[in-house]
Design a protein around this ligand. Structure first.
Ligand SMILES: *[C@@H]1O[C@H](CO)[C@@H](O)[C@H](O)[C@H]1NC(C)=O
Ligand SMILES: *[C@@H]1O[C@H](CO)[C@@H](O)[C@H](O)[C@H]1NC(C)=O
Ligand SMILES: *[C@@H]1O[C@H](CO)[C@@H](O)[C@H](O)[C@H]1NC(C)=O
Length: 243
């Protein structure tokens, strides 16, 4: 009797394996992509044509925890607020019994380059100088400009080089020189959608400590302290003798 029930249930579920369907607000384009923006909300709804079928949601392959009341026949998931880290995230839905027949959507999250607090940078003369500026954005920034004291940095004249991996843009010089490199810098990242974002740096080039002053001071302090302690203990002994 039990066996019959299980078999008929299996047959039922295979017959009822109608595809799951995802709908979304905002809508899904023809390529399964949802266009959205950082700080906004995306509501996803998965529906299967079997009211008692349990649904499973995945975000980039990891199971999304669902309330018991949000599992059967239809299930909704809300992403709020959407963040830059949701860009490219894939949300999939399938029934518990049939993981192979899943439906997926991908988020395309637009976001500006990051805001950054001003930075104070102090380097010793003759050592390396590197200034880092976050430039990751969607759509990608169209340009990154570096200025010193208000003028565009002349890479050749200043001995600077610029590198960028799309996440961080770095202005670096192998050998810092006060006359060339001290000053107020700005990294200006321009987004075709969000306008410009600016990060400021104040670079100070300090004298190189060629004379190893600190070890010498430490040595002198130790010698003096030893002498004082020795004198003190002798004086105590003497004092005790004289009691
Ligand atoms: C989202 O909010 C943060 C903090 O309130 C803000 O810095 C950022 O610019 C906002 N992003 C968008 C795309 O509006
Ligand atoms: C994602 O959105 C950006 C900005 O609107 C657009 O340039 C890009 O083509 C979109 N990518 C996809 C896969 O839809
Ligand atoms: C930038 O301005 C500061 C302050 O006026 C000055 O000390 C520094 O030498 C200038 N830097 C360059 C590279 O001209």
């Amino acid at each position: 009797m039990l066996l019959v029930t299980v078999v008929s249930w299996l047959m039922c579920s295979s017959v009822a394996a109608s595809p799951v369907e995802i709908s979304s607000l905002p809508g899904i384009d023809g390529h399964g992509v949802i266009q959205t923006e950082a700080n906004s909300t995306v509501s996803l709804l998965c529906v299967v044509d079997a009211p008692e079928a349990e649904l499973v949601w995945l975000r980039n392959g990891a199971t999304v925890k669902l309330q018991e009341a949000n599992k059967y026949g239809n299930s909704s998931v809300c992403v709020s607020p959407v963040t830059a880290s949701d860009d490219g995230a894939v949300f999939s839905c399938h029934t518990r019994e049939d993981a192979a027949s899943k439906s997926s959507v991908t988020l395309n999250v637009t976001y500006p380059p990051p805001l950054a607090a001003p930075e104070q940078v102090t380097v010793e003369e003759e050592t390396g100088l590197a200034l880092s500026c976050g430039v990751q954005a969607n759509p990608p920034v169209s340009s990154v400009k570096w200025t010193i004291n208000g003028s565009v940095v002349d890479l050749v004249e200043s001995g600077f080089s610029v590198s960028s991996d799309g996440v961080t843009c770095v202005l670096s010089a192998a050998v810092a020189q006060r006359s060339l490199h001290a000053g107020a810098y700005e990294c200006v990242a321009t987004s075709p959608v969000y306008g410009t974002r600016t990060k400021s740096f104040q670079v100070t080039v300090a004298d190189r400590n060629t004379f190893p002053l600190m070890p010498i001071i430490a040595g002198v302090v130790v010698i003096c302290l030893t002498a004082v302690l020795a004198a003190l203990s002798r004086w105590r002994r003497i004092a005790q003798c004289c009691k």
